[in-house]
Each structure stands twice: as C-alpha cells, then as structure tokens.
Design a protein around this ligand. Structure first.
Ligand code: ATP
Ligand code: MG
Length: 220
C-alpha cells in the first residue's frame, strides 16, 4: 500500500505517519527528516538543502526528484511506503506518479491532514523532537516529566531551527503557493481523503486507522 500524507507545516504529518507505520507495519519516510539528516552529515544534498530549509523555502524539485527516484529503487519499499512531506509541489507529484507508473504501481491513498494556520503555528512553536528516538512532543499539550528530557526514552529534546515565528510564516507562504495547487491536483484524481487534525491526537489516530482499514480491505 502506498500512502501519501499531505498537509501544512504543523498539520501532524510526522506524528501520524509514525502511528500509521505502527498500525500497518509499512515503512515511514519523512523527506524533512531525511533532509535534516543530510544537512547534519553535510552530504552534497545536505549542503544544497540547508540554505532553503533555514529560509523556510522548499528544496528545488530537481534535487527532490533525484532523491525519490533513488529511494524507490530500494527493495525495502516493495511492500509499500508511507511518504510524509513528499511530494510538495505539482512537478514532484507528477514525477512521483511517473516513477510509480514505470513500476506498475500507483498511490492507494492520498491523505490530507487539514488544520487552520493559526492552530498549526501554535503547535510548531511548542514542538520539540527527541534527538535520540525521534519522538515528536508538544509541550503545550503535554509537558515532559523532566523538562528537556524525552518521556519516551530519556533522550535530550531539541527544537527545530525552522520552528521560529518568522520561518514558520515563510513555510506557510510556500505551502499556499506551491503545495496547495498540488493538493488540488490530487483532489481531482480519486483516492483522496481529508482528515481534520485540529483535534486530539488519539481521535485523529482512530479516524485514520478506520480509513486505512477500509482502504486496505478494498485494495487486498
Ligand atoms: P512538519 O514537520 O510539521 O510536517 P514541515 O512540513 O514544514 O512541518 P518537514 O516536512 O520536516 O517540515 O520539512 C522541513 C523542510 O524540508 C521544508 O520546509 C523544506 O525546506 C524541506 N523539504 C521537505 N520535504 C520537501 C519536499 N518534498 N520538497 C522540497 N523541500 C522539502
Ligand atoms: Mg514533519
């Protein structure tokens, strides 16, 4: 099963992708996380991506398309994939469709996580990530037992460099300009569902599970 998670910054893509991965056993790939790893390791892609990410703009399509082509050649993804953060532009969506079609595949579910900009921005400003286990926490919703330390694994918590007000604004501008037209592209093509994520995580998770169970029953 191939699932695409779309949504504005802060919509909950990473949070729910991890839960969908647990529920389905499918591998979860976050383009943002992989890019942050490349930036840290100073790979060729990381060096190119850093200036765009720090500015709140998107990494150019040519790099992202080369990245997805290489990724999909990995046999790990033969049984399916949950893609979080990719595609993000119409050319990326078209490129992905072509790559999948060449393998005789197509997306089974395109899921838009829908939230208002104000609610998403509030979440981004109180979001921290564990440097050790990668868990995403929201301190406004649930403070940690020990401040600065991950409740799940005891690792140190980090704030993303782009989760500051000015960069968040720019990410929303990019979302409206580049990603919203892509959402319309998918909306008109079927297999498209929307879930309101401006609710408690567990309620959203249950709705996504019900939806996935319906989709996987229909595709198997
Ligand atoms: P959230 O983590 O809440 O989903 P987000 O969607 O803004 O927020 P990431 O998906 O982690 O964050 O992406 C962080 C940054 O990485 C983006 O702002 C962009 O610069 C870059 N990036 C990630 N995926 C892509 C992509 N498909 N195309 C271009 N740039 C990307
Ligand atoms: Mg993310």
């Amino acid at each position: 099963m191939i699932v695409l998670l779309l949504g504005a910054p802060g919509a909950g893509k990473g949070t729910h992708a991890a839960r969908i991965a647990d529920h389905t056993g499918l591998p979860h790939v976050s383009s943002g996380e992989l890019l942050r790893g490349a930036v840290e390791r100073k790979t060729e892609l990381g060096v190119k991506a850093k200036e765009h990410m720090d500015a709140g703009s998107l990494v150019p399509d040519e790099f992202m398309l080369a990245w997805i082509e290489e990724l999909l050649d990995d046999s790990v993804y033969e049984s399916g994939i949950i893609l979080d953060g990719f595609p993000r532009t119409v050319p990326q969506a078209e490129g992905l469709d072509k790559l999948l079609a060449a393998k005789g595949l197509a997306t089974d579910l395109v899921l838009l996580l829908d939230i208002t900009q104000d609610a998403a921005a509030e979440r981004l400003l109180s979001r921290v990530t564990c440097g050790k286990c990668g868990a995403i926490h929201n301190l406004a919703q649930k403070p940690m037992e020990v401040p600065g330390i991950c409740d799940a694994c005891g690792g140190e918590l980090e704030t993303r460099a782009d989760d500051v007000r000015e960069t968040i604004e720019k990410r929303f501008v990019e979302f409206r300009k580049q990603t919203e037209p892509m959402i319309e592209y998918y909306r008109s093509r079927g297999n498209f569902e929307t879930i309101n994520t401006n609710r408690a995580v567990d309620a959203v998770r249950q709705d996504i599970r019900d939806l996935l169970d319906r989709v996987s029953a229909a595709t198997s």
